[in-house]
Design a binder for this molecule. Structure first.
Ligand SMILES: Cc1cc2nc3c(=O)[nH]c(=O)nc-3n(C[C@H](O)[C@H](O)[C@H](O)COP(=O)(O)OP(=O)(O)OC[C@H]3O[C@@H](n4cnc5c(N)ncnc54)[C@H](O)[C@@H]3O)c2cc1C
Length: 545
C-alpha cells in the first residue's frame, strides 16, 4: 500500500492527453487525484523531444480545435500560445499552399493538371469534399457544450446551442451514411485508380469515408503551440499540480484489483481509489483486471467485454523519420508550408501494393529478403508522406541555419514485428530510412543528399513500446467492424462506461475514430460522470442523515 494508506477519490492511469484532461478537471474540482504514468514524461502521443538543439514532435504535429481544445483550455483558465500552421499539398513537382477555402478550387486545378484524362472523376471528388466541408462547419461550428456551463450560460443555450442542435442531428444522420471505408466509397465515384490512391492513401485502411474526406476542411484549422506540441501536455500537468493533484511518473500499473479498488505498480506499490479512469490501452486494461470480489453479474459482463476486446486489433500505425539538416529554414520555406503532404509520384500505391504486402506477410518465412526490399522500393516511391517542419512554425525549434524535418507515413505493425522476430529489424529499419531519404532527395528535397547531420526513426514497435499502444496504433482501434467501443458521436457520453461501475475508460481507445479532440472529450466526459456521481451520493447521504 502507498505510505499514507490514502484512498484517492480518483486514480487515473495514463498521462496522455485524455488522462491529463481528466486529472486537471478533477483536481480543480477539489477531488483527491492521483495520475500515474509509466514513462518519465507526461503527454503520451502529445509530446515534444529535444535532440542536438532540434525540437521534434514525437507524436501529433499540429492541433485541431474541433470546438473542443480551446474551450477546454479556456474553461481551465489555461493559456497556450499558438500560431497558425498552414498546410501544403504536393504531387511530383506541383505544390499547392492552402490558405483558405479557395484552396479547394486550386486543388481541383492541380488534379486536372496531373490527371487531364479524368475531369469527371475530379469534379465528383471536389463535390464530395465541398459537401463535407459544409457538414464540418455545422459539426464544429460551435464550442462543444461539454465545456460550457450550460446551466449558467443561458445566452449560449438559447442563441447558439438550441438553434444548432437540429442542424447537428441532421448532419450526424448524413455522416452516419458515410461510415463505410473511404477506399470503397471513392471506388463508386472515381474510376481512375491512381487518383483514388492519391486522395486516400494517407488514411488508414477502412477509415470511415466522412472522417477521411473531412480532412481538407481540417487543413484550414491547424494550429501549432509555440515551443512544440508538448506545451499542451505541460499546461495540463501544471494545472493538475497547481490544483493539488498528485502526478507520479515512472509508475507502471501491472494489476487492477477491481474488487478491492486497488491498482498495483511494478515496484509492489498499491494505490486505493473510489473511482478509476483508465486512459491507456484497453487491451492491456482487460488483461490486468482481477475481478475477484466483484458481483457475478459484473464479472460476467466484464468477461464478455474482455473477450470482445482481446479479439480485436489496434488501428494502423506510422513510421516516422526524424532528420537534422544543415540547411537554413529559408530553403524549405521556398518549397512548402510547415505541414506538408507530399506524394513523389502521381501513380499511387495501388491495390497491387496492398495485395503484395498481404502475400509477403502471409509467406514471410518462405520469401527472401530481396523480394521484401523490392516491395519496399515501390512502397517508398509511390507513397504519400506527411512532413512536418517545426522550424517553419516556430523558428526557435532549430539551431540557427539548420532545419529539422519529421517525415512520416502509414506503416503496418505486422511487417516490423515479423522483421523483429526473424532477427533483422535494425537492418530493415535502416533500409527503409535510406529509401525514404533517396526518394525525397530525388524529388522535392535534393539538399537531403549531402546536408544530413543525423537521423533517427520510430517504428510501430517503438510506439507500442513507448506508450503501450497495442499494435502501435495511434488512434485506437482498427476500423475493421465490429469496433468494440462506441463510434457514434450522439452516443459519445456512454463511451467512457465499463462493466465495472467504479471504473471509467477515456482516450483514443474509448471512442472510435479518435485523435486529440476525442481523447480530450472522453477525458472530460469521464470526469463529469465522476463528479455527478459524487454529487448524487453526497446528496443521498445528506437525505439519509
Ligand atoms: C505521428 C502521429 C500523428 C498524429 N496525428 C494526429 C492528428 O493529426 N490529429 C489527431 O487528432 N490525432 C493525431 N494523432 C493521434 C493522437 O496523438 C492520439 O490519438 C492522442 O494523443 C491519444 O491520446 P490518449 O491520451 O488517448 O493516449 P496516449 O497518448 O496513448 O496516452 C496513454 C498514456 O498511458 C501511458 N500508459 C500506458 N500503459 C500504462 C500503464 N500500464 N501504467 C501507467 N501508464 C501507462 C502511456 O505511457 C501514455 O503516456 C497522431 C499520432 C501520431 C503518433
Amino acid at each position: 500500500m502507498n505510505p499514507s494508506h490514502k484512498t484517492y477519490d480518483t486514480i487515473i492511469v495514463g498521462a496522455g492527453i485524455a488522462g491529463l484532461t481528466s486529472a486537471a478537471y478533477l483536481a480543480s474540482a477539489g477531488r483527491t487525484v492521483l495520475l500515474v504514468e509509466k514513462n518519465k514524461e507526461c503527454g503520451g502521443l502529445v509530446n515534444t523531444l529535444v535532440r542536438d538543439g532540434f525540437r521534434f514532435d514525437a507524436g501529433v504535429r499540429a492541433l485541431l480545435d474541433a470546438g473542443i481544445v480551446f474551450p477546454m483550455l479556456k474553461e481551465l483558465g489555461l493559456r497556450l500560445e499558438v500560431v497558425k500552421s498552414p498546410v501544403s499539398l504536393g504531387i511530383e513537382k506541383d505544390i499547392l499552399h492552402i490558405e483558405d477555402e479557395s484552396g479547394l478550387a486550386e486543388y481541383g486545378a492541380l488534379l486536372r493538371r496531373l490527371y487531364p484524362e479524368s475531369p469527371e472523376d475530379i469534379r465528383a471528388v471536389l463535390a464530395i469534399i465541398r459537401r463535407i466541408m459544409k457538414d464540418m462547419d455545422v459539426l464544429y461550428g460551435i464550442e462543444n457544450p461539454m465545456f460550457k456551463d450550460v446551466k449558467r450560460d443561458l445566452p449560449f443555450v438559447f442563441k447558439t446551442l438550441l438553434p444548432w442542435l437540429p442542424k447537428f442531428l441532421f448532419t450526424v444522420r448524413k455522416i452516419n451514411r458515410m461510415n463505410g471505408p473511404v477506399e470503397y466509397y471513392l471506388e463508386a465515384a472515381v474510376k481512375n485508380s491512381s487518383l483514388r490512391d492519391i486522395i486516400s492513401q494517407h488514411f488508414f485502411r477502412n477509415t470511415p469515408a466522412f472522417f477521411a474526406l473531412s480532412y481538407f476542411s481540417l487543413y484550414l484549422d491547424y494550429v501549432y503551440p509555440k515551443g512544440g506540441m508538448g506545451k499542451l501536455a505541460e499546461a495540463l500537468v501544471q494545472k493538475t499540480k497547481d490544483s493539488g493533484g498528485d502526478i507520479r511518473t515512472e509508475v507502471k500499473i501491472i494489476e487492477v484489483a477491481a474488487g478491492r479498488r486497488l491498482v498495483k505498480d511494478q515496484n509492489g506499490g498499491e494505490y486505493a481509489y473510489d473511482n478509476l479512469v483508465w486512459a491507456a490501452d484497453l487491451k492491456t486494461f482487460h488483461r490486468l483486471v482481477d475481478t475477484k470480489g466483484l458481483p457475478s453479474r459484473v464479472r460476467d459482463a466484464f468477461e464478455r467485454k474482455k473477450s470482445e476486446m482481446l479479439g480485436r486489433r489496434g488501428g494502423d500505425s506510422v513510421y516516422t523519420l526524424f532528420l537534422e539538416i544543415d540547411e537554413p529554414l529559408e530553403t524549405f520555406k521556398a518549397i512548402s508550408n510547415g505541414h506538408f503532404f507530399y506524394t513523389p509520384s502521381k501513380r499511387g500505391l495501388g491495390r497491387v501494393h496492398r495485395e503484395e504486402l498481404d502475400r509477403l506477410l502471409h509467406h514471410w518465412d518462405e520469401v527472401d529478403r530481396g523480394r521484401i526490399l523490392a516491395w519496399m522500393d515501390d512502397f517508398t516511391k509511390f507513397n504519400t508522406y506527411e512532413i512536418s517542419i517545426p522550424g517553419l512554425k516556430d523558428p526557435d525549434s532549430v539551431p540557427p541555419g539548420q532545419t529539422g524535418l519529421i517525415v512520416s507515413f502509414l506503416a503496418e505493425y505486422d511487417l516490423f514485428d515479423k522483421a523483429l522476430k526473424s532477427g533483422w529489424v535494425d537492418e530493415f529499419n535502416a533500409e527503409l530510412e535510406a529509401r525514404v531519404l533517396n526518394v525525397l532527395g530525388d524529388s522535392v528535397y535534393p539538399m537531403l543528399k549531402d546536408k544530413e547531420i543525423r537521423r533517427f526513426s520510430f517504428s510501430p514497435l517503438d510506439i507500442e513500446r513507448r506508450i503501450g499502444s497495442s499494435e502501435g496504433a495511434i488512434t485506437g482501434w482498427s476500423f475493421q467492424d465490429p469496433v468494440p467501443v462506441i463510434n457514434k458521436i450522439q452516443k459519445a457520453a456512454r463511451s467512457v462506461l465499463t462493466p465495472i461501475p467504479s471504473i471509467y475508460q477515456a482516450g483514443q481507445w474509448a471512442y472510435s475514430p479518435a485523435g486529440v479532440p476525442m481523447s480530450i472529450l472522453t477525458g472530460k466526459i469521464a470526469t463529469d460522470k465522476i463528479l455527478k456521481k459524487k454529487r448524487r451520493s453526497s446528496g443521498n447521504a445528506r437525505k439519509t442523515a
